[in-house]
Design a protein around this ligand. Structure first.
Ligand SMILES: [Zn+2]
Length: 477
């Protein structure tokens, strides 16, 4: 009975959440500046009677909203940050709203909103049935910078949860059974001596030379790291002008690997490469770890629980107009992307651009996919269940204008409602501990984490870029 009421509540209130997701999509804010999205969600949760704590982990846009009393404590993880340069209208041709402006190319406008939708629906049912237990929505900033949840976890905000549920907009419906990579973000700052590059180059000690030599060293290191590791960099400061020997230059590295230990080892070796480059160029080098997220640890019991709700949530249906939009968008993709999407999706049907089926592919357990997420940190603190839903056509890559277009369209909104229903229904079972659902998830977690204690990957002396006391800076951006 309770489940049908949860679904009906979401159906009856869907326009409110559609409006929220579209507003966040229309006001894209990059990591640590998400004050519009954060305030919009806080207002809705406060109005519904949730208890709010803001400024988590010393981040102005991080918050938790809580309803209910006592155990179990179930956390739903939400995100709302956008990506730079991905501004795009809901159109099947490239048309930015603001040229080079930010955009929701990863669908976090949907991601966070579905979480709010799920907890508000659940709260209604908890009230109606006088259920005990606590539900929480975590507003998590800066996932795209892979650090928001690490700062929050470092502050201990997830320590008392019994489990968490989350999702991500996708190009098909699926439980997220594979793992994602651990990552360290580390920036190196070289300092040398400036000089006139034409008149007195012999007096200069170029920090940019050091950056370039470091990158050469890193590209040789690439061959001698475990399979599947990734080394990526961006020169964040390359000097001011060709005729000035740069005394300052910097480079930002992302290092990825199967787990934190592996990434830690690559980091140590890369630091040696940086020191070698500094020695060669008579410059000095300092570095700062800016992100340090864990690989994700899937929980079979929770993923299965979420999969079992998918049929109860109803099958997704798309209109002819949506199908046409999807097909037109797919025509803008390189054909190799489409072929790749169809071939490599572990037995998905792949015939339709918008796939309404829900897949639970157990052979993906134990596999590690490319990419990283700071949800990984939470998955090592308590059991975490995760799904993806169809919010974009098959073949569309995240972090592209086609993705921004999809996540602002009615296709994205449909996927968001579907995810909200599944998370709310699964949480309902967890609150009631139906068939020992919570116990199963916990005992699996204890087994998988035996001998491993969560240690945040960002050192304690590093502070988030936008701290909660820094309100002037937040509103100025
Ligand atoms: Zn994302």
């Amino acid at each position: 009975m309770g489940k049908q009421e949860i679904i009906s509540w979401i159906d009856e209130n869907k326009l409110f959440f559609e409006d929220m997701a579209k507003k966040i999509w229309g006001n894209p804010e990059v990591g640590y500046t998400e004050s519009f999205a954060s305030e919009l969600q806080i207002k809705a949760l406060e109005k519904a009677g949730f208890r709010l704590t803001t400024g988590l982990g010393d981040i102005s846009t991080a918050f938790v909203a809580e309803y209910g009393e006592g155990k179990p404590i179930i956390g739903i993880l939400g995100e709302f940050d956008a990506l730079p340069g991905l501004s795009q209208q809901v159109s099947t041709t490239y048309k930015p709203v603001v040229p080079n402006g930010p955009g929701h190319g990863c669908g976090h406008n949907l991601l966070g909103t579905a979480g709010v939708e799920a907890v508000l629906a659940l709260k209604e049912q908890m009230e109606a049935e006088m259920l005990t237990g606590t539900i929480r929505y975590y507003g998590c900033p800066a996932e795209e910078l892979l650090s928001g949840k690490t700062y929050m976890a470092r502050a201990g905000v997830f320590d008392d949860i019994d489990c968490s549920l989350t999702w991500h907009p996708g190009t098909f419906n699926m439980t997220t059974n594979s793992s994602m990579q651990a990552l360290t973000g580390i920036e190196f700052y070289f300092s040398g001596r400036t000089a006139h590059a034409g008149a007195a180059p012999h007096l200069g000690r170029s920090a940019l030379d050091a950056v370039e030599l470091m990158n050469v060293g890193a590209n040789y290191l690439r061959e001698h790291v475990p399979d599947g590791s990734r080394i990526q960099y961006q020169i964040t400061n390359g000097g001011l002008a060709p005729n000035i020997v740069p005394d300052k230059a910097s480079v930002y590295y992302f290092l990825r690997g199967a787990n934190r230990r592996q990434v830690g080892e690559i980091t140590e070796r890369l630091i040696k490469v940086a020191q070698g480059a500094a020695m060669m160029t008579e410059t000095t080098v300092k570095w700062e770890i800016k992100a340090g997220c864990y690989d994700t640890l899937p929980n079979k019991a929770l993923n299965e629980l979420m999969f079992n709700q998918a049929s109860k949530a109803g099958k997704m249906e798309f209109t002819q107009m949506e199908e046409r939009f999807a097909e037109e968008l797919c025509q803008t993709l390189d054909s190799s992307l489409l072929e790749d999407a169809k071939k490599n999706k572990f037995g998905l049907n792949g015939e339709k651009a918008l796939d309404p089926e829900f897949y639970h592919i157990t052979k993906m357990y134990g596999m590690t996919m490319g990419g990283s997420s700071d949800v990984g940190d939470v998955s090592w603190i308590a059991p975490m269940g995760q799904i993806m839903t169809t919010c974009a056509p098959l073949g569309v890559q995240f972090h592209t204008w086609q993705a921004t277009a999809s996540f602002g369209s009615s296709i994205g909104i449909k996927g968001m409602h579907h995810a909200a229903k599944i998370m709310a229904l699964a949480s309902y079972d967890l609150l009631l501990n139906q068939d020992g659902a919570l116990e199963k998830a916990k005992s699996e977690f204890v087994k998988n984490t035996s001998g491993i204690t969560y240690e945040p990957g960002i050192p304690v002396d590093i502070h988030p870029p936008m701290q909660k006391t820094d309100t002037a800076a937040v509103s100025a951006i």
